[in-house]
Design a protein around this ligand. Structure first.
Ligand code: PEP
Ligand code: MN
Length: 292
């Protein structure tokens, strides 16, 4: 016995908060804003719309999609050069060639790029092209990968794991912030439940909960949650209404022939009107004072 009792406040070792950098410091504490590619931002009252194909397929098609996204006022272009696929026989992405196509698309349209990093060995090549690095749902708890992107100074979007809690998502972000990279964005993309009518269950309550627990911007991916094109717009409208800082959606000129995720992908020809409707709801949601 050393004479200390657990209740003795002078001798208690305060356990650090598990996500002390990601946590909101007070109910009025400032929310963070992530700046992208110069004049774009996520958070701070604007509503970001990120759009692009699931996977980069060809240069011509990517440039076409990028133009559609830009003309509709999208904030960023998405597209995977490295794809996490459930089957090892499914298309795994174009890799470096896909990154080059993304760089061309940015040069042509001025749209900043978000693309997925799956492997610590690719951190330099992905960070060289990406304006925001995507950590996919399947890698949300890949702590080596999170630590590595924490060492970069490229903004990072972390998607919630398929079966991860809100606390686990915040601790994943903490790995990035702890490395000194303070530009993290959280993404709710649906979680696994007993429901089978759609691909995943979009947990929209996570948006206000994350915003009450953390200062980080929160965006929503209605496509991967739904797995069905017909649900993408209603879920995107709901995301805007619930106070998300933006959405990320898949668009393609010919989703029926997309190499990846076609059934949940919006048609390019429908994107401009979709974006306009979602932006209207986001604007309306901002006019309602918080707490009303
Ligand atoms: C994607 O964005 O294409 C993707 C694979 O998403 P998730 O990691 O959420 O499944
Ligand atoms: Mn996809």
């Amino acid at each position: 016995m050393n004479g200390m009792t657990p209740a003795d406040p002078d001798h208690e070792i305060a356990a650090p908060h598990p996500y002390r950098l990601a946590q909101r410091r007070s109910s009025e504490g400032a929310a963070s804003v992530v700046e992208l590619g110069g004049d774009r931002r996520i958070g701070g009252g604007s509503f970001a719309i990120i759009a692009g194909p699931c996977a980069i397929e060809t240069r011509e098609q990517t440039l076409e999609i990028a133009r559609v996204a830009r003309d509709a006022g999208a904030t960023m272009l998405r597209g995977g050069a490295y794809k996490p696929r459930t089957s090892p026989y499914a298309f795994q992405g174009l890799g470096d060639a896909g990154l080059q196509i993304l760089a061309d698309a940015r040069a042509h349209t001025g749209l900043p790029i978000v693309t997925e990093l799956m492997d610590v060995r690719d951190v330099e090549s992905v960070a060289a092209v990406a304006d925001m690095i995507q950590i996919g749902a399947r890698n949300m708890q890949n702590y080596a990968l999170l630590t590595e992107v924490g060492r970069t100074r490229v903004p990072v979007m972390i998607k919630r794991g398929l079966s991860s809690t809100i606390d686990e998502l915040l601790m994943a972000a903490e790995y990035v912030l702890k490395g000194g990279n303070l530009d993290a964005v959280l993404c709710e993309r649906g979680i696994r439940t007993f429901e089978t009518a759609y691909r995943f269950t979009l947990d929209l309550a996570a948006v206000p909960v994350l915003k009450s627990l953390s200062h980080l911007p929160v965006i929503v991916d209605p496509c991967h949650a739904a797995g069905r094109r017909d649900l993408v717009e209603p879920l995107a409208l709901a995301a805007a209404a619930v106070g998300a800082d933006g959405i990320i959606v898949e668009i393609h000129p010919d989703p029926d022939n997309a190499v990846c995720d076609g059934p949940q992908t919006l048609r390019c020809c429908d994107f401009a009107r979709f974006a306009e409707r979602v932006q209207h709801v986001a604007d309306a949601a901002r006019l309602v004072p918080a707490g009303v």
